[in-house]
Ligand binder design. Sequence first.
Ligand code: PBG
Length: 330
Amino acid sequence: MSYPSSRPRRMRRDGFSRRLMREHVLTANDLILPVFVHEENGRAPVPSMPGVERLSIDEVLKVGERALELGVPVIDLFGVPDPSAKTADGCIAWDEDGIVARAIRALKSRFPELGVMSDQALDPYTTHGQDGLIDDSGYILNDETLAALVKQSLAHAAAGVDILSPSDMMDGRIGAIRDALEAAGFVHTKIMAYSAKYASAFYGPFRSAVGSAGALGKGDKHTYQMDPANSDEALHEVGLDLAEGADMVMVKPGLPYLDVLYRVKQHFKRPTYAYQVSGEYAMIKAAASNGWIDERAVAMEALLAFKRAGADGVLTYFALDAAQWLREAR
Ligand code: PBG
């Protein structure tokens, strides 16, 4: 009788040997929770992201407490201003009493040990929904935008944020922000750069959540976010951001860009993060609510895939659920 010369199934037969040979694990320490903080009272659901809500600062504090309990190290704040406060230059983005600055102060005074991160870009705050300042033709101005991002970063740093995360994709912004932080004495403020951020259709539900979708209209972000066709260019972008002073780099979106994540981690071997974006979340939620997939199993498999591809952590709207599921699985 002939038989296979190798039997990989031998190690898969028993639970103990499957555990023994497991190469990658996901823990609560790998998770960052994005949170939308609005000027209104209480919570308001985001229809395109079932289970995600825009929160008042009081509600953000409850979420912060839950993150601490579950061992999720960081929450990431995205501001949702009143629509009437939007301007062409998005100047409320750098208001020292803006919604994000107030949320940072509230979180850091209540839970000093919770890591607090915030997004730097102008899109929630501008009437045109672009991440930067625009000229008369609608082109997004690079160097003028850098000055705005520096002001926004300093406002957040002054409020006590632990991690800045510029998501705008302007050239040179990491260096400009790092110089400004050093000059102002904020030597401990970390930067997670959205280094390889693609012009992706997977951001749709997020734009509804922060209220920039209507403002952006038929506009797109192809003149600054990366072309989905490229991956060598991602290495170039990551190299620039590290040289300019980024402590951590990010690839975004997540699952459709695992190859980019893998290349970045292999090449630079620096702290590297993936963003499982709103569209990825919405797809899982939608299929699960139709009974087509098992939400928990699919979400956990996707999060583990980021670890396997080389991520040191993942920004995910599933962060609290995943931490809870990990706890139940112990
Ligand atoms: C804005 C920003 C976006 C996301 C994070 N910061 C959207 C965009 O660039 O249009 C997307 C996050 C998500 O889809 O979950 N600068």
